[in-house]
Design a protein around this ligand. Structure first.
Ligand code: ASP
Ligand code: MG
Length: 422
């Protein structure tokens, strides 16, 4: 590992590069706060581009025409580049051509092969965005795919830390970072040893920033967002949010685990291991304090209110009207892991076992197919899971008032419940 250096890692998400004005603002932040000193800038796809690419892939895969949608995506990026005074055609032609051939390749593949094609297609959001941002900043554009090494778990690539660390240190020696221009690279994507592209899971660019900081021994990571810092709730859901000026790694990991949408759950651990502080700041008010996530002790925190939508509740009963035994649980857990469904909450009663899961119809179908023989299975969809971390009476009353709780669980710090959406 490099000695802990002056290196800063900045991460800009989709909202902070959504149009030419946003990229100009990014440029000001880099000039005024990031430089001088070595800087690596991690950029996500512009605005809602990742969703647009998902939709394009779906069209291509199902053999429907997609020229209009592809044209819209291309001209959107070209227009932004042009507005920034960049030679759009020259800058983007090659990438757009590659994207088109990836879409052609995705037509008519078997559903089991679709995830692999997903990564080859959806990764272009970050590739295009970084081309534009790097050119605008006159920075070095770095293709991270040969460096961020993952296995072949498509859409959720698992990182090979030692290969990644060695590759990043070789590609980005500190002396070069110190003397040269800033480096601009993609969030969210990586590559396999065989040279195929992978993605790290939706919203994974935060994790990329942490990987870079960990492997290069950065002094800090800053995530630039459209909110004032780490808040106790999503302001789109709860109007009266409070910012935490500082918070420990541990608390943040727990909040991310419960589904707080502020920071990708995998981001914190690598930073905590190497003691690298994570700053969350507003790109709209770059001089404001934001939140410092680091190794700190604090008193009781304002309760965090977290909502996860699109949940389902699945309950298993043994067919013989037997108790749910450890042997039964072993089978259920095994299949959940195989189909990659994560348990958000679980509860056991005499003859049934219930789990709250993200509602992913394909995976749920696989689960049912494998377990129906052995269990009677019921499930409800269209549910929400609420978590109050560091709850108090007021926050508890506020969230539960007027709702029918289908499942609830309480520990000393945390109260969780599942209810119908709305
Ligand atoms: N562009 C990707 C997504 O929208 C990754 C990210 O934004 O962090 O999921
Ligand atoms: Mg995004």
């Amino acid at each position: 590992m490099h000695e802990l250096s002056q290196l800063k890692v900045y991460k800009f998400g989709g909202a902070s590069v959504k149009d030419a004005a946003a990229i100009r603002n990014l440029g000001r932040i880099v000039a005024e706060h990031g430089r001088p000193g070595p800087l690596v800038v991690v950029v996500s796809a512009m605005g809602k581009t990742t969703n647009a690419l998902e939709a394009l892939l779906q069209l291509a895969h199902t053999g429907q025409p997609y020229a209009t949608e592809l044209g819209a995506l291309s001209s959107f990026h070209a227009a932004v580049a042009t507005e920034l005074g960049l030679p759009a055609a020259e800058l983007l032609r090659e990438l757009l051509g590659e994207l088109e051939s990836r879409l052609v390749a995705a037509a008519n593949v078997a559903p089991s092969g679709l995830d692999q094609h997903y990564d080859q297609v959806v990764s272009f959001g970050e590739l295009l965005a970084t081309r534009i941002v790097a050119a605008f900043l006159r920075a070095r554009w770095l293709d991270c795919r040969p460096l961020i090494r993952t296995d072949e778990t498509w859409r959720e690539g698992r990182l090979d830390w030692s290969a990644t660390e060695a590759a990043l240190q070789a590609a980005l020696p500190l002396a070069e970072l110190t003397q040269g221009p800033p480096v601009v690279t993609q969030g969210f994507i990586g590559g396999t040893a065989g040279g195929l592209t992978t993605t790290l899971g939706r919203e994974g660019s935060d994790f990329t920033a942490a990987i870079l900081a960990y492997c290069l021994g950065a002094e800090s990571v800053t995530i630039w967002k459209d909110v004032a810092g780490l808040l106790n709730a999503d302001p789109k859901i709860f109007p009266d949010t409070v910012r935490y000026p500082e918070i420990s790694y541990q608390e943040t990991i727990e909040m991310a685990y419960y589904g707080a949408s502020v920071i990708h759950p995998k981001t914190i651990k690598p930073l905590a291991v190497r003691g690298i502080p994570l700053l969350v700041k507003s790109f709209l008010a770059p001089t404001a304090e934001g939140t410092r996530i680091h190794d700190c002790r604090h008193g009781l925190l304002v309760p965090a209110l977290i909502r996860k939508t699109d949940q389902c509740l699945v309950s298993f009963e043994s067919k013989e009207l037997d108790f749910i035994s450890e042997e039964n649980l072993e089978v259920i857990f095994g299949v959940l892991a195989q189909v990659r469904l994560k348990i958000r909450l679980m509860q056991n009663s005499a003859i049934s076992f219930s789990v709250c899961l993200d509602f992913l119809p394909d995976r749920l179908e696989q689960l049912l197919a494998r377990l129906r023989g052995q269990f009677t299975i019921h499930y409800n969809t269209g549910l929400e899971l609420y978590t109050i971390k560091n709850y108090d009476t007021a926050s508890l009353q506020r969230l539960t008032a007027g709702r029918e709780l289908l499942l609830e669980q309480r520990t000393r710090q945390t109260f969780q419940f599942v209810c119908r959406a709305g």
